[in-house]
Design a protein around this ligand. Structure first.
Ligand code: UDP
Ligand code: MG
Length: 134
């Protein structure tokens, strides 16, 4: 069993896609074990996207992710990290295949509806970052 962290980003919440994202995760056969609405503080956003801090779009990315409420979930299941990454599709909506969340609902970076952890190690760090210690 593995855990991953999923976030419906501000434009996903604004467009009413929380249910759609969670539905696809549940339909796949994964279990949602924690769920919360929240707003990301700029300092937490900067930490979350620290791997991109040298990119020219970093400032806009922090602004984007802090621009409105987000929905956050912990998702569990066998190979949950890779399954959810498959469900969300490629980072760039232009490369995300139809049938994936980003492929079906997004057109242009940075707006790609959803975040999901990229490894089990990252997932544990992100769950702690956004949900705190158990
Ligand atoms: N992003 C962007 N331009 C890029 C790469 C990434 O705007 O060239 C944004 C996009 O919203 C992406 C987020 O930064 O989801 C985090 O990037 P990462 O490479 O971690 O992609 P992800 O794990 O979200 O697929
Ligand atoms: Mg990432």
């Amino acid at each position: 069993m593995e855990r991953t962290f999923v976030m419906v980003k501000p434009e996903g919440v604004q467009r009413g896609l929380i249910g759609e994202v969670l539905r696809r995760i549940e339909q796949k056969g994964l279990r949602i074990t924690r769920l919360a609405m929240g707003r990301i503080e700029p300092a937490v956003a900067a930490e979350h996207y620290a791997h991109l801090k040298d990119k020219p779009f970093f400032g806009e990315l922090v602004e984007y992710i802090t621009s409105g409420p987000v929905a956050m979930a912990v998702v569990e299941g066998p190979n949950a990290v890779r399954h959810v990454r498959n469900l969300i599709g490629a980072t760039n909506p232009l490369e995300a295949a139809p049938g994936t969340i980003r492929g079906d609902f997004a057109v242009e970076l940075p707006y790609n509806i959803v975040h999901a952890s990229d490894s089990p190690e990252t997932a544990e760090i992100e769950i702690k970052r956004f949900f705190g210690a158990e």
